[in-house]
Ligand binder design. Structure first.
Ligand SMILES: [Zn+2]
Length: 384
């Protein structure tokens, strides 16, 4: 009967107990792994318990054009560290674009960025905290600072719930109204007490302000912010595949959607939210490492692809209640990821220098990291 580590993973060795790094990347062996997750402070005192977090699942409908709700202009470049009351968006350590540029010019990451780009677990945590702060409350302050919503007045509306759908945030208000937002690369939400200094970035980066007498939620650099009827939510999230952290998660359906294009590179297929919703580029790099394939491997050639889907679910579930995307079980800076953000550093498993490059279609290039020894499969000629 093999012993299991604190993470419950099947691959437990003597080293597994000695090292905080789980061989399967699923563990929390390190006592430091328990850090994080809790809001940095409790703001105000709740007058009544909010509705349960989670929300009803929207009806599926044929996928319409996703951006029919006119996203706002992209916000300015990211700022420095995120030291706001709680972190709901990118880590503030750079973001995907910066990571891509760094990798392209051979940047030797020091693990300072935990991915930068919100993934499904980040959005889930954001929704949970916004829900706890706003649900059941009447808005006394509602300021939407995007041109198409500049004249909208939501004051007096009651927030019913805030729910995540993949990487989308749906703030449902009474009167059959939903405020749809998406963090994309740089967006984030912050909560502040009355009189507290807003620290999420310059004033001109504020896109949304929602609050009552006790708390204010401020959305910074939200590239998508739109109002729609709640019953029309399928127009903006109906195209999504099974939601990894949603109540309707369906692994078999996600696998069927992925397998429908067996020749598509696995990295691209995992990023396509129509296949399964919630995976971003950090998890793509880490999932490919953990399954021993390069991001360019055709999905049809990935061994035991069902394990890829199961692993994706486990990783997001393990991280949804804390900031960051820890895939190694080690929350120490620079050791949270096996390969992501670690170009030119030794692979945590075999010691070979991790490589950095790009993957994805020409118009959606994303940074790629992989270990040439631990991961098998095709790589572009320039990185072969
Ligand atoms: Zn390796």
């Amino acid at each position: 009967m093999p012993r299991r580590g604190g993470c419950g993973c099947a691959t437990v060795t003597r080293a597994c107990f000695k090292s905080p790094v789980c061989p399967e990347g699923l563990g929390t062996h390190s006592p430091t792994a328990a850090r994080g997750g809790a809001p940095s402070r409790v703001v105000g005192r709740r007058r009544s318990p909010p509705p349960a977090f989670g929300g009803r699942y929207p009806q599926r409908s044929p996928p319409p054009a996703l951006q029919s709700h006119a996203p706002s202009p992209a916000g300015p470049r990211p700022y420095g560290r995120d030291d706001a009351t709680f972190k709901t968006g990118p880590s503030g350590h750079g973001g995907e674009e910066r990571a891509r540029r760094r990798a392209a010019r051979g940047y030797v990451g020091r693990g300072r960025h935990d991915g930068g780009v919100p993934e499904g677990d980040t959005v889930w945590l954001t929704a949970r905290r916004l829900h706890a702060a706003l649900a059941g409350r009447e808005l006394v302050r509602a300021d939407l600072r995007v041109p198409q919503l500049a004249t909208v007045d939501l004051t007096g509306r009651r927030v019913l719930e805030v729910v995540p759908r993949g990487k989308h945030l749906l703030t449902r208000l009474d009167g059959d109204t939903t405020l749809h937002s998406h963090l994309r690369m740089d967006g984030s939400w912050h909560l502040y007490a009355p009189g507290e200094r807003w620290r999420g970035g310059p004033e001109h980066q504020v896109r949304a302000v929602l609050g009552d007498e006790e708390r204010t939620a401020v959305g910074y650099r939200l590239p998508v912010l739109a109002l729609l009827a709640t019953q029309d939510e399928p127009q903006v999230v109906g195209h999504l595949g099974p939601d990894l952290l949603g109540p309707g998660w369906d692994a078999a359906q996600a696998l069927r959607r992925l397998a429908a294009e067996p020749g598509r590179p696995v990295g691209e297929a995992l990023l396509d939210q129509r296949n399964l919703a919630g995976i971003g580029n950090v998890y793509v790099a880490e999932l490919c490492f953990l399954r021993g394939v390069t991001p360019w491997t055709p999905f049809g050639e990935v061994p035991a692809p069902q394990k890829l889907v199961v692993l994706a679910k486990r990783l997001l579930e393990a991280n949804k209640a804390r900031p960051g995307h820890v895939t190694t079980g080690d929350t120490r800076r620079g050791r949270m990821h096996w390969v992501y953000g670690r170009a030119h550093q030794p692979c945590l498993r075999c010691g070979t220098a991790v490589r950095g490059g790009e993957h994805g279609p020409a118009d959606q290039r994303r940074v790629a990291y992989w270990c040439p020894r631990c991961q098998r499969g095709p790589v572009p000629d320039e990185w072969a």
